[in-house]
Ligand binder design. Structure first.
Ligand SMILES: Nc1ncnc2c1ncn2[C@@H]1O[C@H](COP(=O)(O)OP(=O)(O)OP(=O)(O)O)[C@@H](O)[C@H]1O
Ligand SMILES: [Mg+2]
Length: 202
């Protein structure tokens, strides 16, 4: 499977949570510049101040890059990753600051020819979702936009981690969280289908 980059220069939008679930779902190794709080199946950490990806960590297969940094730092890291990853995923909150960071990064990635998907994440009302969706649609017509509502699944993953994730499919009484997990997996598959479609169109 081709590698994926996930980040937003506005922190706290859900990069690590989504990387964690993607890594578990597709068996991807996490490459990050911030030691993650979550128990990834495999993780390699490089310096949080680096504005280049170490050459030995440029992997075009089976890696998920969960990187943190300012706009300038992430744009520089994107330059390195553009020829390596198949897709750039930007999780965003619905506030104006997060959306503005999202638009900057998406424009930079698209100028490099990289397919971009945005996940409007952790929203709580349909109104917030719809306002964010409309402003992103106007500013980034080439981008595919997905959404993920606030879910208690993420808190559960933070505390119980991979051991729970691996057995949840067999647990009774966790149907609601399992449904959410299925919906998230479906969203990941749709994001990857979008990548393939946009590459076929080139
Ligand atoms: N859809 C969601 N529903 C509920 N909680 C969420 C959701 N997405 C993220 N969170 C929570 O928001 C917090 C920040 O998420 P996360 O650490 O994944 O973001 P990040 O972008 O990696 O942040 P950082 O900038 O610190 O690296 C976490 O506590 C996470 O559990
Ligand atoms: Mg993070």
């Amino acid at each position: 499977m081709k590698s994926i980059f996930i980040a937003n220069s506005k922190g706290g939008c859900g990069s690590t949570s989504l990387s964690y679930l993607m890594s578990a779902y597709y068996n991807l190794d996490c490459i990050t510049n911030t030691p993650p709080m979550m128990d990834f199946r495999s993780q390699t950490v490089f310096s949080s101040s680096a504005s280049r990806i170490p050459k030995n960590l440029l992997k075009s297969e089976n890696a998920i890059y969960d990187l943190r940094g300012s706009d300038v730092q992430l744009q520089s890291l994107l330059n390195d990753l553009a020829s390596v990853v198949s897709h750039f995923i930007i999780p965003t909150a619905t506030d104006a600051v997060s959306l503005s960071h999202t638009v900057n990064l998406a424009n930079h990635a698209q100028a490099l020819g990289l397919p971009v998907s945005i996940v409007i994440n952790n929203y709580r009302t349909e109104k917030n979702l719809s306002t964010a969706h409309i402003s992103l649609r106007d500013l980034l017509p080439q981008t595919s936009i997905f959404s993920l509502r606030y879910t208690t699944l993420f808190g559960r993953l933070t505390y119980d981690g991979r051991a729970w994730l691996e057995k949840v499919h067999h647990s009774k009484g966790e149907g609601r969280l399992l449904n959410t997990l299925d919906q998230i997996h479906e969203m990941f598959d749709q994001i990857l289908n979008f990548t393939e479609a946009s590459q076929d169109a080139k």
